[in-house]
Write a protein that binds this ligand. Structure first.
Ligand SMILES: Cc1ncc(COP(=O)(O)O)c(C=O)c1O
Length: 400
């Protein structure tokens, strides 16, 4: 990783703004549901919006403001003249719901890839469709077909991508897809959870809105849920998205924001190790006789290797693979591993293993799973920060 990039980026991650508690070295947890005023006049001014101050914990609070300022700066870091506005939410799904709720109205269309996080698919297939929004899944890799589909779609408002994708580890060309969205007067949004702004900055590719599950790499330790939505259109963010958070109440709690801030301080150190360990595990699995296929963007043979090279700084810390023995062999492996933890999340310091078809993507219709490469034999591995020899030994004994 380029040292010049790291220098400023790491400082944003680490340095807390002291305005929150001028005499405290680290930012305290503001365990307060509401905030006080020195006079009735001041309270009136604040409520009327004439003066900025904290009002009520569901609206905003110091722990959230500190981290959303940092994350906004990180997504914009070193991109000339870019300004954006970001908001934290109680979970990644709350941030994704706020995005869909603020952009999509009855009669509108959204185009998304089919291989995205299972609960995002469930949200689109239920609440969003029930509202009368048309949801079209397609392969975002086929740009000509996408352009035709986008042009033919009635009231297209949003193209939604997740890259790298969960759990198939595909990469999609953000700049090209954003261009297509803009040609159709639609917005382009991306779930940047797998990459984090350290490995990929979608704003630099022309994307309009970025969502994160901060539960993953940004927190980094599996200690708290959280979500983040940031957009270039500051007025839209301050009116539509802010309204979603304030009125629907999906606010991140002070302690969870504080935990996120602690994790964020070591983001680049952790990501460097995740990336390196994932590379070594992918290389190990690729040559293993029990393994059929490894999905890892760093392989030159990966169909989207060139796209990943173009828009990512490194190839990420999550891989997926299929065993020759299919699902049965996958279950055997998950039951035999001792160091790798069998659980549904990703992006934590420890290595996590799971079976998407029966766990994270269980609620995606089987036909959609199969169409978009989420086969019954696919295993997802979020490669952690442990000593690499120990991770590989565990997989070795699990596959023996
Ligand atoms: C890529 C991706 N986006 C969004 C989410 C949802 O985030 P959360 O679990 O914080 O609601 C997840 C959760 O696994 C995810 O993997």
């Amino acid at each position: 990783m380029n040292d010049k990039f790291k220098k400023g980026f790491d400082t944003i991650c680490i340095k807390d703004d002291s305005v929150y508690a001028p005499t405290s070295h680290t930012t305290p947890i503001f365990a307060s549901s509401t905030f006080i005023y020195e006079s009735a006049e001041k309270a009136m001014d604040v409520f009327r919006g004439n003066e900025e101050a904290f009002i009520y914990g569901r609206w905003n609070h110091p722990n959230v403001e500190l981290v959303e300022n940092k994350l906004t700066q990180l997504e914009c870091y070193a991109i000339d003249d870019l300004k954006a506005q970001g908001y934290l939410f109680s979970t990644g799904m709350a941030a994704i719901a706020a995005l869909f709720n603020s952009v999509l109205k009855t009669g509108d269309t959204i185009i998304a890839q089919g291989n995205i996080y299972g609960t995002t698919v469930e949200l689109l297939n239920t609440i969003i469709q029930e509202r009368g929004v048309q949801v079209i899944y397609t392969d975002l890799d086929n740009l000509e077909a996408l352009r035709e589909l986008a042009k033919a779609s009635k009231s297209l408002k949003l193209i939604y991508a997740e890259t790298p994708s969960n759990p198939t580890i595909n990469a999609y060309d953000l700049a090209a897809i954003a261009t297509i969205a803009h040609e159709c007067n639609a917005l382009m949004a991306v779930d940047n959870t797998f990459a984090t702004p350290y490995l990929q900055q979608p704003f630099a590719q022309g994307v309009d809105l970025i969502v994160h599950s901060t539960t993953k790499f940004l927190n980094g330790h599996g200690t708290a849920l959280g979500g983040f939505l940031v957009g270039r259109d500051i007025d839209f963010m301050k009116q539509q998205v802010w309204k979603q958070r304030k009125l629907q109440g999906a606010m991140l709690a002070p302690f969870d924001a504080w935990l996120l801030n602690q994790g964020l301080k070591t983001l680049s150190l952790r990501m460097d190790r995740h990336v390196e360990n994932a590379r070594l595990v992918a290389m190990y699995l690729e040559t293993h006789t029990a393994v059929n296929k490894v999905n890892y963007l760093g392989f030159e043979t990966h169909p989207q290797h060139a796209i990943a090279l173009k828009q990512m700084r490194e190839f990420g810390g999550v891989i997926s693979f299929e065993l020759k023995g299919g699902l049965e062999a996958g279950i055997r492996l998950m039951n035999r591993v001792q160091l790798c933890t069998l659980t549904a999340s990703l992006g934590t310091a420890d290595t996590l293993i799971q079976h998407p078809a029966s766990m994270t993507h269980f609620n995606v219709p089987k036909a959609q799973r199969e169409q978009f490469g989420i086969g019954d034999g696919l295993i997802r591995l979020s490669v952690g920060l442990e000593y690499i020899g120990d991770i590989i030994s565990d997989l070795e004994q699990g596959l023996a």
